[in-house]
Design a protein around this ligand. Structure first.
Ligand SMILES: Cc1cc2nc3c(=O)[nH]c(=O)nc-3n(C[C@H](O)[C@H](O)[C@H](O)COP(=O)(O)O)c2cc1C
Length: 362
């Protein structure tokens, strides 16, 4: 039953327009139609990340559950952690539809949603009603805000009680100017204010919540060392590599002409090279989340070998369905055995050097 539902889901959903398919997926998860994963995680998959303990390193990437409607269901599907968002202080509609495009022959998606979400208060109320598991909150800025950095600080303050960690999304290509926050001078202000806001929480007796910075895969190679230096000097707790790309390389579908961020298989190479470069530029001192084009156990393993401690996926789920999560975990546990290692973390960064040496475009 579980198996056939998981296998049928992507084929049925592909018949609907992308946003309707997504809404139906969220509704099904809210109603508990997808049964929980029954298999316990292999002990070799247990992993630590910035002080958090996770049963396995596989998560669903931000954008899937923007409004914190189904974090518990995401964990029940077998994910080691869930990430909600991107949430902005005020609710906003995002860009006009259509704004998500499937590129089936490329196993890719282009989206220009533009942070459509119900705002902090709605997501916060939902998160306050649940407990247990590692749940990250991905924070962003409203399109029309007068104080972009202030919006991120508000996110940290609003969700401090309920978030296991924060992801600071400064890499969406769909909010004009947002990616400018990745420039070293802008990073100084953003990270300075975020760390100050967290220091206030610590002074008030709250625990330390890790702060992860999510980067674009389109940062110029020559700019990456300066970005890495800022992330090191502000002692961020994690880096997520990467968000979607504006590049359109080797795509077959006509929808490749659509504006927006490209995700899925064509992003795999670029985001994995960037991940390895980030691992090298930070000398492995900051744990990384590898994201971009994971649609198999092999791809997830490659991210880990390139330097990722955790992995996240979204587009792969659209094409493969939720059964992909268990397949990835089985393949990762097998890879640990094959390597004669004890834990998945023993494989982190083992191929970072060779990935970092590859050209950014395959
Ligand atoms: C429809 C859609 C919506 C997304 N929304 C967000 C978002 O709100 N915040 C964010 O940080 N990333 C967002 N992303 C990017 C994903 O989190 C991820 O970084 C990217 O899709 C690459 O992973 P993938 O190839 O496995 O999809 C979105 C991606 C898609 C496809």
């Amino acid at each position: 039953m579980l198996r056939s539902l998981f296998e049928l889901a992507p084929r049925c959903l592909a018949l609907l327009p992308p946003e309707e398919a997504h809404e139906l997926t969220l509704k099904s998860l809210e109603l508990g139609i997808f049964p929980a994963a029954s298999k316990p995680d292999h002990p070799s998959l247990a992993v630590g990340f910035a002080g958090l303990s996770l049963p396995n390193p596989v998560g669903i990437a931000a954008g899937f559950d923007k409004d914190a409607r189904v974090p518990g269901a995401v964990l029940s599907l077998g994910c080691g952690f869930a990430e909600i968002g991107t949430v902005t202080p005020l609710a906003q509609l995002g860009n006009p539809s259509p704004r998500i495009f499937r590129l089936p022959r490329d196993r890719a998606v282009i989206n220009r949603l533009g942070f459509n979400n119900g705002g902090h208060q709605a997501a916060l109320a939902r998160l306050q009603r649940r407990s247990g598991g590692v749940i990250g909150v991905n924070v962003g800025a409203n399109k029309e805000t007068k104080d972009r950095v202030g919006d991120y600080v508000q996110g940290l303050e609003a969700f401090y009680d309920v978030a296991s960690y924060f992801t600071v999304n400064i890499s969406s290509p769909n909010t004009p100017g947002l990616r400018d926050l990745q420039q070293p001078a802008a990073l100084d202000e953003l990270l300075g204010r975020l760390m100050e806001a967290r220091a206030k929480q610590l002074a008030a007796g709250q625990p330390k919540r890790p702060i992860v910075i999510k980067l674009s895969p389109d940062i110029a190679e020559e700019d990456l060392p300066a970005v890495a230096a800022k992330l090191l000097s502000h002692a961020v707790d994690g880096i997520a590599v990467s968000n979607t790309t504006l590049s359109r390389h080797n795509l077959r579908e006509p929808a490749a002409r659509e504006a927006g961020g490209l995700s899925g298989r064509p992003l795999f190479h670029r985001s994995t090279v960037m991940l390895a470069k980030a691992h090298q530029a930070t000398q492995g001192k900051i744990p990384l989340i590898g994201i971009g084009g994971i649609d198999s156990g092999e791809a997830a393993l490659a991210k880990i070998e390139a330097g990722a401690t955790l992995v996240q996926l979204y587009t792969g789920l659209i094409y493969e369905g939720p059964g992909l999560i268990q397949r990835i975990k089985d393949d990762l546990a097998a890879a640990v055995r094959r390597a004669g290692a004890l834990a998945i973390s023993d494989l982190v960064g083992t191929a970072a050097k060779s990935w970092a040496a590859k050209p950014i475009e395959a």
